[in-house]
Design a protein around this ligand. Structure first.
Ligand code: SAH
Length: 343
């Protein structure tokens, strides 16, 4: 059970060693409490005293024997005791996939890693606005710097590694999944090269969740049984256009606004029908989320006003969303499937 209490100005005694209690101390301070500390259950060989006026005891499970009797005395005196997990071993990096931009789509492991962090280096595509509610860690924006220059990838890696070597639990919070166009592999390699322990927490990728935000399933029985996720960072080659068009499945493009024109033209040259449905989903799960639906032949002009971040979807599944919108009749989908099978 979870209880919320206003701790503003309240005297809270946090028990436990500095290493184990450092995050609990920050959390209670962030909640406005006046934090007092006991780092050992004994004081000069005698049982330690609980300060007068203690409103709550936050007992960090630091593994020291001897806390139990002190906590029993508190309870007998009517002071509530809250059990607090100890901070994890210091000095490692966790690469966390933050999902498409809403804290609702963070995983339980992501929430735990954020709670345990001393420092969070975050990108603008991660759900950064909600971070102060999820962690007491120092928050460092590496998506943009004053002057609006991005911190370079090698500087991000250096910052992460140096912070972990200084003894911090570092979370590198990234948009979507760290291993989908997220340079996660490079960041893991940088940690490994520096001898820093590193782990990866998978996230909900925008490649699937942003189409879903617009009602588009990336696969649908008898409509599409595969999807290919492509980076639109640079234009594709003619060979790639031909292979993609030849697959006949759903094509999902990230970072594709800048090359949308070339992609649509390339797929047309590779023989894809001009009436193949296409969607541009901008700012998924965020204020201003917008879906533009057109087809391969018309998308370049229809999406002229679209901007990043956006996910492009090319394929018949776009019609599933249209069929599901408003009147979700299975019959519509059956008709769609039948028309596709016949075509
Ligand atoms: N690792 C990320 C992708 C990083 S590349 C993931 O798995 O989602 C960045 C691209 O992701 C953006 O250019 C855009 O295409 C897409 N993207 C991420 N979040 C998005 C959002 N909320 N809405 C629309 N597109 C998004």
């Amino acid at each position: 059970m979870q209880l919320s209490i206003d701790l503003t100005g309240r005297d809270v005694l946090v028990t436990g060693t500095h290493a184990a209690a450092r995050q609990a101390v920050r959390r209670y301070q962030a909640a406005g409490a006046v934090v007092h500390r006991l780092i050992s259950p004994y004081d000069a060989g005698q049982p330690a005293q609980v300060p007068q006026g203690t409103f709550l005891v936050a007992a960090v499970e630091d593994g020291q024997p001897g806390w139990a009797s002190l906590l029993d005395r508190c309870r007998e005196a009517g002071i509530p005791v809250a059990a607090e997990p100890a901070a994890g071993p210091a000095g490692h990096v966790t690469l966390v996939g933050g999902g498409p931009g809403t804290s609702d789509l963070l995983t339980v492991a992501a929430v735990k890693a954020l709670r345990d962090a001393d420092v969070v280096f975050y990108d603008r595509l991660a759900p950064y606005q909600e971070l102060p509610l999820l962690t007491s860690a120092e928050l460092v924006d590496v998506g943009k710097k004053p002057g609006h220059h991005k911190v370079s990838q090698s500087d991000i890696e250096k910052l992460m590694v140096e912070s972990a070597l200084a003894g911090n639990n570092v979370v590198r919070l990234k948009g979507g999944d760290p291993y989908v166009f997220g340079r996660g592999g490079e960041e893991v390699a940088a940690c490994v090269a520096a001898g820093v322990k590193v782990q990866v927490v998978s996230g909900v990728t925008s490649a699937i969740s942003v189409p879903a935000a617009a009602g588009i399933p990336v696969t649908h029985r008898e409509v599409s049984h595969m999807f290919t996720v492509v980076s639109g960072h640079a234009p594709l080659t003619e060979k790639e256009h031909r292979h993609l068009a030849g697959l006949g499945g759903t094509i999902v493009v990230l970072m594709g606004i800048g090359t949308l024109h070339q992609l649509a033209a390339g797929l047309r040259r590779a023989g894809m029908r001009p009436d193949m449905p296409m969607a541009v989903v901008e700012r998924g799960y965020r204020p201003g989320q917008r879906t533009t639906i057109a087809d391969l032949g018309t998308i370049a002009s229809a999406a002229a006003g679209c901007s990043n971040p956006a996910v492009l979807v090319i394929g018949e599944v776009v019609r599933v969303a249209e069929a599901n919108r408003g009147h979700a009749h299975a019959a519509d989908l059956d008709m769609l499937a039948a028309s596709l099978l016949g075509s």
